[in-house]
Design a protein around this ligand. Structure first.
Ligand code: PMP
Length: 380
């Protein structure tokens, strides 16, 4: 076809690297998904829901009981008063929730502030809506937000800012100071929306509390906050998530949603609604994933890679600048082909392909997987 709405968009790096991992039979620490079993209790609840007959179209906005349980959770965790009828929509995953939020608000020539390295769906989502991504680089190696630059890059056309904490690919998390800065911006620029990608809300560690936009009414009143059950319950293949936004924004969100997806698998939603009563399933997740981060970091100490800080998500970035000048894509390919371990090059999260000599590893894997991977990497 000689016309493309996304002429510069290729295949996502996660698919490229996972395919390569398969081809070379490498241990895949590239794509973000667990290789361990999810909760059998949740599987049983979903099975029961199917057997009970929850197999027809669910409500367009999501099964009411699930939305009620999510509102209750938002209240308990973030002291946020969410109306389940008008402020929550269940979606086929977090990525879809982000796309739908952007599509609901963006018009031609609008600008959206995106921090890089960026999860790779954001920029194509903006471009396909005729809007323009305004890129700001997080400050290596802590990947902090340079707020002064944010102030400088805001124009009359700025429609939204996308934030993502805990952050993919770096594991950086936003702090109370970041929230203060964001408040200052929206106080000054009344027309800016926030799209907050919080799919890793429970994957946070080192004693840090997740800073959710849901906790801050002044921010929430202009935000779409996006979540993923796939990340919280180790079932990324289920592709189910949700968006929370104030009624006026959610009304627009649903206009896009109703003719794109309409409604998500009903039995999954009934199962999830019941499983939400099990608070430990999400409250203990941070400790569980921290143990994996620590285990992998200890193993990686036997390699030449140097860890960069990660306080959340299930990723940790490692620098190799001390032992190689190779570009990160070449090294990622070489590791897959010659050493049998797949990681994701950080340059693929930058439009400019900025190369700080960093690879991203996913540590949400069984101990034996991590052990084998580190053994292979220690041969480098
Ligand atoms: N945002 C970020 C930052 C992610 O890493 C992911 C998953 N890779 C998502 C959103 C999307 O999650 P889902 O699979 O629920 O669409």
């Amino acid at each position: 076809m000689n016309h493309s709405k996304l002429p510069d968009t290729g295949t996502t790096i996660f698919t490229v690297m996972s395919q390569m991992a398969l081809e070379y039979n490498a241990i895949n620490l590239g794509q973000g998904f667990p290789d361990f079993m999810m909760s059998e209790e949740l599987i049983a609840l979903v099975n029961t829901a199917m057997l009970k007959g929850h197999n027809q179209y669910a409500h367009m906005c999501g099964v009411p009981l699930l939305r009620e349980k999510l509102a209750l959770k938002a209240q308990k965790l973030y002291n946020s008063h969410i109306n389940p009828e008008s402020e929550i929509t269940i979606t086929p995953g977090g990525t879809y929730a982000i796309y739908t939020s952007l599509t609901a608000i963006l018009e031609k020539d609008d600008e959206v502030i995106v921090f890089e390295p960026a999860y790779d769906s954001y920029i194509p989502n903006i471009i396909i809506n005729g809007a323009k991504p305004v890129l700001i680089q997080l400050q290596y190696p802590g990947y902090n937000i340079p707020w002064q630059e944010v102030h400088e890059k805001i124009t009359a056309k700025t429609k939204a800012i996308i934030i993502n904490s805990p952050h993919n690919p770096t594991g950086a998390v936003i702090t109370e100071n970041d929230i203060r800065q964001l408040k200052q911006i929206v106080q000054k620029h009344k027309n800016i929306f926030i799209v907050s990608d919080e799919v890793y809300e429970h994957l946070i560690f080192d004693g840090i509390t997740h800073q959710s936009i849901l906790s801050y009414p002044q921010l929430l009143e202009r935000s779409f906050v996006c979540f993923s059950f796939g990340k919280t319950y180790h079932c990324t293949g289920w592709k189910i998530g949700y968006c929370i936004a104030p009624p006026a924004l959610m009304k627009e969100f649903r206009k896009v949603h109703q003719f794109n997806c309409f409604s998500c698998a009903s039995f999954v939603q009934y199962g999830l609604a019941e499983f939400l009563d099990n608070e430990d399933a999400y409250l203990l997740l941070g400790n569980f994933i921290q143990r994996k981060r620590d285990y992998f970091q200890k193993l990686m100490a036997a390699t030449k890679f140097k860890p960069l800080p990660s306080h959340g998500s299930y990723f940790q970035c490692y620098s190799y600048k001390d032992f190689s000048a190779e570009n990160d894509m070449d090294l990622a390919i070489r590791l897959t082909k010659e050493y049998g371990v797949t990681a994701v090059p950080l340059s693929s999260f930058y439009q400019s392909k900025k190369d700080d000599k960093v690879l991203r590893f996913c540590f949400a894997k069984k101990e034996e997987t991590l052990k084998h991977a580190a053994e292979r990497l220690s041969k480098l």
